[in-house]
Ligand binder design. Structure first.
Ligand code: TXA
Ligand code: MG
Length: 335
């Protein structure tokens, strides 16, 4: 049985989605939750509306957006020449945290794809996101809801922190905490452009072939060349060996430091550092999934009041590969 409080919550959510859909239809932009991170969305076929996203984010014009759809019927109005391999992945992983780069249908405005002949498409699994796309009656172009270069938003508070009252927010919870995995499906060899919420291991199982990992800076995924995920303090990533003597060289005794441990707080390190430094310790989570869920919240909200954050690395498997990808980009230094 649904109790009164839950019913009121549901009604509030429904009202917010209806209002957001109206804003999108009217050429505006809204922030909405997906199962990965919050998106900043506009009608993908409204060039002027999409331009507003680039302006609000301060996003370089050559960094294309992901088009979000709510049904497979929409796929063909966005992309063309879809290869069989892509359908295999779609069948298994959509709706979900997987973005496919496909040949662009010419009806999608240039601005969405920054003039590329390709388009990135994803069907999110979050019920609020799906409903919003359905009510708006159009695919929604949406990057992550953060100013360009900053950590992605996973909570309504993060959006308010970044944009104040400038954007209408549909409230809801994200789940995975890091963005979708992006795969380029436009050549014979499948290339992973961004590791993310969908584990590479699962993709390999379905494709039964090697996936090439794009590490070079040559921007096949234009987003790769820009600074990313930078928190507002000096950000040190410390490797599994926990090289404390190297770390000490970087820490200043007067600085306020937050040490973010993964899996467990190392007691010996804690007592050694506490003797010399103004340092607090927190645990990011007890497994990769929990660390991913908390990741951007730690970067955005826990950095307040500190000068330096030290973040421990995680193993590069499962969603850990996506966490490490973001840690490396956010880092001022990796030791
Ligand atoms: O989980 C997600 O993917 C979130 C939610 C809101 O769906 N969105 C997201 O969007 O992370 P954004 O814009 O922050 O990241 C999209 C990435 C960028 O690195 C961009 O360069 C790449 O996808 N991308 C978009 N279109 C592309 C294309 N046609 N070819 C290659 N890369 C593309
Ligand atoms: Mg982003």
């Amino acid at each position: 049985m649904i109790d009164r409080k839950e019913r009121i919550e549901e009604e509030k959510e429904e009202e917010q989605i209806i209002k957001a859909a109206e804003i999108i239809k009217g050429g505006g932009i809204v922030a909405f939750p997906t199962e990965t991170v919050y998106g900043l969305g506009a009608n993908a076929f409204d060039e002027k509306a999409v331009r507003k996203i680039f302006e609000l984010k301060g996003r370089p014009q050559d960094n294309p957006l992901i088009v979000h759809i709510c049904s497979l019927d929409d796929l063909n109005i966005v992309a063309s020449n879809i290869p069989d391999k892509a359908y295999k992945l779609i069948e298994r992983f959509w709706p979900g945290p997987l973005t496919l780069v496909l040949t662009r249908n010419p009806s999608v405005p240039d601005i969405v794809s920054s003039g590329l002949t390709t388009v990135a498409v994803r069907m999110p699994s979050h019920p609020v996101a799906l409903k919003l796309i359905r009510y708006a009656g159009t695919p929604i172009a949406a990057p992550s809801a953060n100013p360009s270069g900053k950590p992605s938003a996973t909570k309504p508070e993060h959006i308010k922190h970044y944009f104040g009252e400038k954007v209408f927010i549909v409230e809801g919870q994200t789940e995975i905490g890091i963005e979708s995995t992006v795969l380029d499906m436009t050549s014979d060899q499948v290339v992973i452009l961004r590791p993310g919420g969908l584990e590479l291991e699962k993709i390999r199982e379905v494709l039964k072939e090697d996936i090439f990992i794009k590490t070079s800076d040559l921007p096949k995924s234009p987003g790769m060349k820009y600074p990313h995920y930078k928190p507002q303090l000096y950000f040190i990533v410390i490797g599994e060996r926990r090289n404390i003597s190297e770390l000490k060289k970087l820490l200043k005794p007067k600085a306020k430091i937050l040490y973010v441990a993964t899996y467990d707080i190392p007691k010996d390190i804690k007592s050694e550092l506490k003797k010399v430094y103004n340092i607090d310790f927190i645990l990011a989570g007890s497994d990769e999934k929990e660390i991913a869920r908390n990741f951007f919240d730690i970067l955005i909200t826990k950095s307040k009041g500190y000068d330096i954050m030290v973040f421990e690395s995680v193993q590069e498997k499962g969603v850990g590969l996506g966490i490490m990808n973001r840690l490396k980009k956010a880092a001022d230094i990796i030791i």
